[in-house]
Design a protein around this ligand. Sequence first.
Ligand code: NAD
Ligand code: IPM
Ligand code: MN
Length: 356
Amino acid sequence: MEKVIVLPGDGIGPEIMDETLRILDWILERDSDLEIETEEYDVGGASIDKFDTPLRSEVLEAALKSSAILLGAVGGPRWDDLPVNHRPEQALLKLRKECGLYANLRPARVYPALVDSSPLKNERASGADLLIVRELTGGLYFSLPRGIEGAGENRRGYNTLSYSREEVKRITEVAVDAARQRSGRLTSVDKANVLESSKLWREVVVDTVPSDIELNHMYVDNAAMQLVLEPRQFDVIVTGNMFGDILSDIASQISGSIGLLASASLGDSKLGMYEPVHGSAPDIAGSGNANPLAMILSLAMAFRYSLDAPDWANKIEAAVNRVIETGKRTADLAGEGEDFLSTREIGDAVLDELAE
Ligand code: NAD
Ligand code: IPM
Ligand code: MN
């Protein structure tokens, strides 16, 4: 029996998770070969409210023993005044670190039927299809020392950005594998003109990438610009934790909405965490209008990378494709004055397409 840990979280997290679990249940009812059971826990703000901690040790232990973790989103204004190490976001960071999930795959592409939903002009966005491979357990998010100290005019906050050879090598290897399965092109994004950690990054990337891969390097400021100027030049992008965080939100707008962007966080074992790129969207939580597709597509990635069921991954992705092609839209994708469907109605539409 494989275990899937379900962590709905905060804000729109539970809303998009509901739709995703309806799809998972539908699949489990129909495929007797799949031996999967789910266990649901509070994380993030929901866990702080009940247990005074964003991630209980029993939740982490259950996650470590599972095959896959599905996470909705965490965080919200209610918890914004807490110190950094008590915030809801710590749940995510701790799960990533403790589970050894150093490789975050964030695909972004333009669905032909949605080219008008992208703020980019059609001729720039059309056909774009890229994958950001973000280093997830190192860099600026985790390096020591870090802290905030002192008082008054002397108060100071600091973080450290460091990467070891091994950390860069293993994420580069993941990106190389991904590039081989795609068009064989890889762009490494760094800030090697200023940062020593990036100079090391570039050295290791050069040493690690074999000659069958077409490799280029780009500074992160230029990469941000190129993503909106000519997104089709990219296939696989490999980059550090902080740069990958920022570039993936930019990339979401190529596809039209961050509500479409799924992700998989992987390590050296089968265990993976699957979560949308977006957050808990406090501004729309409770409206019933969140786009559940990023979460649903994250479930597809779980079937592909952790649950040995690539056929279900393909079926979910095909169903989402048809929902989009048939013109169904949540509010984030609808144009000015256009009709849109609720979170639940889009969930229904995906289920209908799966049943076809
Ligand atoms: P956000 O991604 O939550 O929202 C940014 C904008 O995108 C908002 O206007 C929101 O309404 C919209 N949006 C996001 N997801 C959407 C969806 N599925 N459908 C429709 N619209 C969607 O980013 P933020 O506002 O900067 O952060 C809000 C909270 O979420 C913060 O506490 C932040 O730390 C947290 N956060 C959590 C995660 C995560 O859990 N993985 C990721 C990012 C941010
Ligand atoms: C993301 C989020 C997280 C990150 C936050 C919530 C810790 O923005 O998954 O992109 O910065 O990694
Ligand atoms: Mn982010």
